[in-house]
Design a protein around this ligand. Structure first.
Ligand code: GLN
Length: 199
């Protein structure tokens, strides 16, 4: 079967995520057809969605201007999976502690932008993630800190005592960039395992 995946492509790592989704699908014997989302009207045809990293202020502005933000909200309201990474998680959160970011409120969490420091402080760390047998090589780039999560939010991974991967219903959010290594297990966790549970 073919899974229709949309990668929001107003900014950020698009092709790396598309590759990771295809690899994760292949492991389940499925194909992934990946659509780059730059305008309204495409999200309703997607089974799963990905909101990549980049610059959260720019991403949120473009999502609002193009009318894509509302479609992403409807996708999640319908219980369909969304993986939001780094700046994508900031945009998907309830509150980013920054008025310039229009958050979508899809993850019941408050995040602090750039809490792990500036670009030079980016780092990679082996991370224990709930549901994965071996540590995941997590790349953090000016990563947001998840400051507070609501009761319904499952913390999937922590670093330095704070959550860095969470699940809120159909949404998985990571403060790191799971697309920057050859390891597609986080995409698998977000898209294929949730589907398996609800099918
Ligand atoms: N710090 C960026 C922001 O606030 C996110 C960085 C990233 O996505 N790698 O939008």
């Amino acid at each position: 079967m073919t899974i229709h995946a949309g990668v929001v492509a107003v900014q950020g790592d698009v092709s790396e995520h598309a590759d990771a989704i295809r690899r994760a699908a292949a492991e389940h014997g499925e194909d992934a057809e990946v659509t780059e989302i730059r305008r309204a009207g495409l999200v309703p045809d997607c089974d799963v969605l990905l909101l990549p990293g980049g610059e959260s202020t720019a991403i949120s502005r473009l999502l609002a201007r193009e009318g894509i933000g509302e479609e992403i909200r409807a996708h999640v309201d319908a219980g369909k999976p969304l993986l939001a990474t780094c700046a994508g998680l900031i945009v998907a959160s309830r509150d980013a502690n920054d008025d310039r970011v229009q958050t979508l409120g899809l993850v019941d969490a408050t995040v602090d932008r750039n809490a792990f420091g500036r670009q030079k402080d980016s780092f990679e760390a082996p991370l224990d993630v709930a549901g994965l047998d071996e540590p995941f090589p997590a790349v953090f780039i000016r990563a947001p800190l998840i400051a507070e999560v609501g009761d319904g939010v499952e913390v999937l991974a922590t670093w330095d005592g704070g959550p860095v991967a969470v699940r809120d219903g159909p949404v998985v959010g990571t403060s790191f960039h799971p697309e920057l290594t050859a390891d597609s297990r986080v995409h698998d966790l977000a898209f294929f395992r949730q589907q398996a549970a609800t099918r």
